[in-house]
Design a protein around this ligand. Structure first.
Ligand code: TYD
Ligand code: MG
Length: 425
């Protein structure tokens, strides 16, 4: 067997500073997207833009192509889903520069590679990878083999020519169908566009990035003119808040490294249904079930005869356990019809024993809360320092946090029947 490189072959040695300098970034024209990518696109990079159908991927790539054209870069869009006419209509609505916008409708991989050899774009966008087909393969288009092989061919093309390739890929709620998951290891970066389809908010995050961190997120609003960056998402998310309403608690979440204040809302009312409803919007249903168990056992809040709804208002999903305490307090507030002070934010993971556990990024969360004028924070016991302007209220466990958030009469209220002799302090 021949060795891959002869032992005597010379290999280049460079310094990290030089290596970084050799990676000039190509800005996309959207500061939010550039941030998620780690400063812009890099020659030869392959980016997978993943998201559910209808979330705004095609819209985003049109806007990015427009930004790249404005920056003097040659681009080409290959569309396998929409006709050139449809792309042109959408482009006109988004105000893209049609005369310099090169677009081709095709699903044939060899045809696309041939046109790229001729046109030599700096950035090639394929919308979507699931529509591509390599006729030499004994598989129908859209199958996982086709998707994988077509992506691999485009990766080879990108690496051989230095062309930047952006692949659009659909994912379904259940995960992926012949899709992005199987491609993650062959591309350099996976960025996903997420959000509730009915809502206008969209978050762009990097799930993998060989040319940057995965901590950055971009926040956008889908409007009449496509996706618009939101410069202060916390302020926007809290703008429609209705202070003084029971069940509403503000949680300083982290999207990657970026703090975002979210309004957690709960509704709970008695029902005669044999199986009361448990609805979690923007939160995991399992997490809600667990926290309801902890509330029943450790704080005597029995909601087994109540319908319960919890939502992260604004359409952003909350996946962090750091939101546990805020969810518990919003449920308690809703069930007791007792509002939590509007100047308070709540942070902490809640364990099965009712203990309030520490969470990452506490400083960043508190700074964001202080910036938006919040004055108090209910936090885990271990938190010692907060930014100027925020009073820390430490809670060792759930009952202690409830004592801090609600006055005695509310705590003693028997609107919800008390469970006997369980948990507590
Ligand atoms: P699209 O980019 O086609 O989604 P995807 O490529 O991810 O399937 O956009 C989906 C939705 O976005 C579409 O239903 C209409 C809406 N939209 C707007 O609200 N504003 C706009 O300016 C555009 C172009 C689309
Ligand atoms: Mg599309």
């Amino acid at each position: 067997m021949a060795p891959a490189t002869a032992l005597t072959d010379e290999i280049a040695v460079t310094s990290l500073v030089l290596a970084e300098a050799q990676l000039p970034r190509i800005p996309t024209g959207s500061a939010e997207v550039d941030r998620v990518l780690g400063g812009g696109l890099v020659r030869g990079e392959v980016v997978l833009l993943a998201g559910e159908p209808g979330i705004g991927k095609s819209t985003l790539v049109l806007q990015l192509i427009n930004g790249l054209i404005s920056g003097g870069h040659e681009t080409m869009l290959v569309t396998g889903e929409e006709s050139v006419g449809q792309v042109s209509l959408r482009g006109a609505r988004l105000g893209v520069q049609g005369d310099r916008f090169r677009v081709a409708a095709s699903t044939s991989l060899p045809a696309i590679l041939a046109v790229c050899d001729r046109e030599m774009p700096t950035v090639l966008v394929v919308d979507s990878i699931q529509t591509l087909e390599d006729p030499s393969l004994d598989q129908s288009g859209g199958s996982s083999v086709q998707v994988r092989e077509c992506a691999a061919a485009l990766v080879r093309y990108a690496k051989a020519t230095g062309t930047i390739v952006v692949l659009v890929g659909h994912v379904t709620k259940e995960g992926s169908v012949a899709g992005p998951k199987t491609l993650e290891h062959v591309v350099d970066a996976v960025v996903s566009l997420e959000g509730e389809r009915g809502g206008a908010l969209r978050v762009l995050r990097a799930a993998k990035n060989r040319f940057g961190s995965c901590d950055e997120t971009g926040v956008f609003i889908m409007g009449d003119r496509g996706l618009e960056a939101v410069s202060d998402p916390s302020a926007m998310l809290l703008a429609d808040r209705c202070p003084g309403v029971a069940g509403s608690v503000v949680f300083p979440g982290l999207e990657g490294s970026r703090p975002l204040l979210l309004d957690i809302q709960a509704l709970a009312y008695p029902t005669d249904l044999p199986h009361p409803r448990r609805v979690a919007l923007g939160l995991e249903a399992k997490r809600l079930a667990l926290l309801l168990g902890v509330l029943a056992q450790r704080a005597q809040l029995e909601l087994h005869k109540s319908d319960v709804f919890v939502s992260a208002a604004g359409g952003l999903a909350v996946r962090e356990p750091a939101a546990d305490l805020a969810i518990c307090l919003s449920l308690y507030s809703a069930a007791r019809d007792a509002p939590v002070d509007q100047r308070v934010v709540v942070i902490g993971e809640v364990g099965l024993g009712g203990e309030v556990r520490r969470v990452p990024g506490i400083e960043r969360r508190l700074r964001e809360a202080a910036r938006l004028g919040f004055e108090q924070a209910i936090v885990p016991q271990a938190v010692t320092n907060g930014p100027h302007g925020i009073r820390l209220r430490r809670a060792v466990n759930l009952p202690a946090a409830l004592d801090l958030a609600f006055c005695e009469t509310e705590r003693a209220s028997v609107k919800v029947p008390l469970a006997s002799g369980k948990g507590g302090r």
